[in-house]
Design a protein around this ligand. Structure first.
Ligand SMILES: [Zn+2]
Length: 98
């Protein structure tokens, strides 16, 4: 499997224009790895994973306060279902070939 590169996209997340950096999907990766990365890319861009995971953004008041202070959102967590191909443990095992 080759070392992944990254793609950049500008999308609107939570009403804010956002630059999203996501890993590319290696063409030579096993299908489980490809699926896990594809699902993470969906969530990173503000979408919903088939397992239901979405970005957990700060509340509107926190976003407004951050904007007033010129701060930017650098990351937001998402919690995939335990058996989702994008879940940390599942994707890590797929990447190890387990
Ligand atoms: Zn998921």
């Amino acid at each position: 499997m080759s070392c992944p590169t990254h793609d950049l996209a500008v999308v609107e997340i939570g009403g804010v224009r956002t630059l999203v950096v996501s890993p590319s999907i290696p063409e030579d990766a096993p299908s489980a790895v490809r699926e896990g990365i594809a699902r993470r890319r969906i969530v990173n861009a503000g979408g919903t994973c088939p397992c239901g995971a979405r970005l957990r953004l700060p509340g509107r008041a926190d976003r407004r306060r951050a904007r007033r202070h010129g701060e930017v959102l650098r990351s937001a967590p998402a919690r995939h279902a335990d058996d989702c191909p994008a879940a940390d443990d599942v994707l890590a095992a797929a990447m190890r070939g387990a």
